[in-house]
Design a protein around this ligand. Structure first.
Ligand code: FES
Length: 201
């Protein structure tokens, strides 16, 4: 359920709860013994009931709103860098197709005959963001000129190894789940076919 729906559900729940409390109190005060009290006592009792019901309803709605607001504002790591990100099948490039760039996860999806990889766009030299240069079909770091192949292998420049990769899982529906936790990143000197995850044709 999305945060807005949760907030609205919470508000509806608070309203319903206040109605239940109000109804219960009303039934209690309209019982058989109520007729024996004086008019003044009845009036006072009704006022007290109304005040308590209104107070109870206000407290419940306020609590629900507070919970809904916290849910709404709480950072959601799903789909953001540091967590797991799922990429739909339609975003997976064809074999040797233009890398799919996913800024929120800081990776590129590349697809070779060996399978798919999620390449962290952070240059292994000093950490600059490495763009894909379509005209040269290479990743070329703008900072000091490190050059990487489509599969992440280092070609030249001060970088000491291949681009780092993020663990990828191929799901049954053809989507990919990428683990963008930096502590899970795979460092390798060079690309090897075993580094790619086979992807169904
Ligand atoms: S940071 Fe990329 S080559 Fe230096």
């Amino acid at each position: 359920m999305n945060p807005l729906a949760r907030t609205l559900t919470g508000m509806a729940g608070g309203w319903a709860a206040s109605r239940v409390i109000g109804l219960a109190a009303h039934l209690q005060h309209s019982g058989p013994g109520a007729g024996s009290t004086s008019k003044a006592k009845k009036l006072q009792s009704r006022r007290s009931f109304t005040r308590n019901a209104a107070l109870g309803a206000s407290l419940i709605i306020t609590a629900e709103l507070a919970v809904g607001t916290v849910w709404l504002l709480w950072p959601n790591k799903t789909g953001a860098f540091g967590g797991e990100i799922t990429i739909g099948e339609t975003s997976v490039p064809e074999v040797q197709g233009t890398p799919f760039r996913y800024p929120e996860g800081q990776f590129y999806i590349v697809h070779t005959d060996d399978g798919v990889q999620a390449l962290w766009w952070k240059c292994v030299h000093l950490g600059c963001t490495v763009p894909w240069v379509a005209g040269q079909t290479q990743f070329i770091c703008p900072c000091h000129g490190s050059v990487y192949e489509y599969n992440g292998s280092r070609i030249s420049g001060p970088a000491s190894r291949a681009m780092d990769a993020m663990p990828v899982t191929v799901n049954d529906d053809g989507s990919l789940t990428v683990n963008t936790d930096p502590s899970a990143v795979i460092m390798r000197d060079e690309y090897t076919p075993a580094a790619a995850v086979p992807y169904p044709a």
